[in-house]
Design a protein around this ligand. Structure first.
Ligand SMILES: NC(=O)C1=CN([C@@H]2O[C@H](COP(=O)(O)OP(=O)(O)OC[C@H]3O[C@@H](n4cnc5c(N)ncnc54)[C@H](OP(=O)(O)O)[C@@H]3O)[C@@H](O)[C@H]2O)C=CC1
Ligand SMILES: Cc1cn([C@H]2C[C@H](O)[C@@H](COP(=O)(O)OP(=O)(O)O[C@H]3O[C@@H](C)C(=O)[C@@H](O)[C@H]3O)O2)c(=O)[nH]c1=O
Ligand SMILES: [Mg+2]
Length: 298
């Protein structure tokens, strides 16, 4: 079985290099891999690469993930997150290959407080979310066999993410302000990659399992409580931080200015994945603890 992985150096792509390796012959590419081009901004080159490799499985871990910057670069976000996945899906359909793709809680508007399942109405409130939703829809419309895995708040030791940003800020500053009205589940890239490998293997055995699934770590938290957990656990590991324990101020999103709007309710219902694939999703704190140990070198 030949697997083509795109975006091998991202948070999820890096962990997929490890998790997919036992499933088949893995060819992992980055944007600038030579001699095979894997720039998702360049559809012709992408097509040439897929036709040359003739994979049984395409795993697309590449994406435009700069949420605020996307508001200023909507065309590039759409090229990478919507047009490239459409091209990959068309090629997968022609080859009879399975396409694995990742999407996000940001396809939803974040209203209410209930977790959303896969059939919930999508209504993105920023350019990144719009571009990711368009990518999902193109994949479904192509008719290719696919797994679309929607996750949230992904962190990894390698790459940039909220947890590592908080660690840096807490080392530099004495006071932090963190929004306390965005609720979701921080999800380790290694968990997402391992679930991907498991789901992919299951779909090979049972093609009717293909489709769209929500995949996050268990439990939920606010960004503020998440930041506090990162700070407390980093201290417990002996990491020196400047910020005072009572100086992490909770603030509403409405007073924390960012270019892109963010959904407040990012809760995803993962019941479908757990029951159909027989999987258990460990609590988010376990993933953050692992991240800290890796980042702090203990
Ligand atoms: N991060 C998160 O919180 C979440 C992410 N997701 C989704 O999960 C998937 C993986 O995300 P994650 O690993 O966190 O993202 P990262 O930002 O860590 O990695 C994205 C990768 O895509 C690559 N990339 C960007 N543009 C191009 C391009 N034009 N051509 C080729 N490669 C490109 C980047 O390469 P380079 O370094 O060269 O720019 C980078 O290696 C994405 O689909 C994302 O939408 C879903 C939910 C939450
Ligand atoms: C750094 C910082 C951020 N914030 C706020 C700003 C923002 O509203 C919220 C989240 O900020 P970030 O920019 O880190 O997170 P963001 O890049 O929006 O994270 C998202 O990335 C994409 C790729 C996804 O798919 C989502 O699941 C989600 O993980 O936290 C604070 O309140 N205080 C702070 O000190
Ligand atoms: Mg960000």
């Amino acid at each position: 079985m030949r697997i083509l992985l795109l975006g091998k150096n991202g948070q999820v792509g890096w962990e997929l290099q490890r998790a997919l390796a036992p499933l088949g012959e893995l060819l992992a590419l980055a944007r600038d891999s030579a001699p095979l081009a894997a720039d998702l901004g360049c559809p012709e080159a992408l097509v040439a690469t897929v036709r040359h490799v003739r994979p049984d499985i395409i795993v697309n871990a590449a994406a435009y993930t700069a949420v605020d910057r996307a508001e200023r670069e909507p065309a590039l976000a759409r090229a990478v997150n919507a047009i490239a996945p459409a091209v990959l899906a068309r090629e997968a359909a022609m080859l009879g290959a399975t396409l694995v793709h990742f999407s996000t809680d940001y396809v939803f508007d974040g209203s209410g407080s209930a977790p959303r399942d896969e059939s919930a109405r999508t209504a993105p409130i920023n350019v990144y979310g719009e571009s990711k939703l368009e990518g999902e829809m193109a994949i479904r419309a192509s008719g290719c066999r696919h797994l679309i895995l929607r996750s949230s708040w992904v962190h990894a030791a390698r790459g940039s993410n909220f947890a590592k940003t908080v660690l840096c800020l807490a080392a530099e500053r004495e006071h932090l302000e963190i929004v306390d009205d965005q609720i979701g589940a921080p999800t380790g890239a290694e968990l997402l990659a391992d679930v991907t490998a498991h789901a992919l293997w299951s779909v090979r055995q049972e093609p009717s399992l293909a489709g769209t699934y929500h995949v996050t770590a268990g439990g939920e938290t606010s960004r503020h409580a998440y930041a506090l957990f990162v700070i407390e656990r980093a201290r417990a590991h002996g990491h020196p931080l400047n910020v005072a324990a009572d100086a992490v101020r909770p603030v509403p999103t409405s007073v924390f200015p960012t270019r892109a709007r963010r959904p407040l309710n990012s809760r995803l219902d993962t019941g479908r994945l757990q029951s159909r694939f027989g999987l258990r999703l460990p609590p988010w704190q376990e993933g953050v603890e692992r991240l800290l140990i890796e980042v702090l070198g203990h």
